[in-house]
Design a protein around this ligand. Structure first.
Ligand SMILES: [Zn+2]
Ligand SMILES: [Zn+2]
Length: 103
C-alpha cells in the first residue's frame, strides 16, 4: 500500500468559496479564507480522520510568501495541522496571519 493522496475540489464550509483541485499538489485548504477541514490523520492527504471538523488557519510561519507554512486548528478536537501554502492562496490572508504570528 502506498500513500493515498486525494486531490479534489470542494466547497469551503467557512466562506462558501468553490475551491478547485490544486495543480501539482494536494489541495487541503480554501484558497480564499485558508480554512481547512479535519479529514487527514497522520499524512496530509490520507483522509483517515473521522472528525470532519472545520479547521481555521491560526498562524503562518516563514518569511517568504511562497514558502510559508500555515497552521490549522480543528474547532472540534483542537488538533493542529501544518500545511504549505499554495501558489493560488489569498496573499492578503497569508500576510495578515504572518503579522499576527510575529507579534
Ligand atoms: Zn473559505
Ligand atoms: Zn478534529
Amino acid at each position: 500500500m502506498g500513500f493515498i493522496t486525494v486531490n479534489e475540489g470542494f466547497n469551503c464550509e467557512l466562506c462558501g468559496a468553490k475551491v478547485p483541485p490544486a495543480k501539482g499538489t494536494c489541495r487541503n485548504h480554501c484558497t480564499k479564507c485558508l480554512a481547512s477541514k479535519h479529514v487527514d490523520d497522520h499524512i496530509p492527504g490520507d483522509r483517515a480522520a473521522m472528525c470532519r471538523g472545520l479547521m481555521e488557519a491560526i498562524s503562518a510561519e516563514g518569511t517568504e510568501l511562497d514558502k510559508v507554512v500555515i497552521s490549522h486548528q480543528c474547532e472540534i478536537c483542537g488538533k493542529v495541522q501544518r500545511n504549505k501554502v499554495s501558489s493560488d492562496d489569498n496573499r492578503d490572508v497569508i500576510l495578515k496571519l504572518m503579522k499576527l504570528t510575529q507579534l
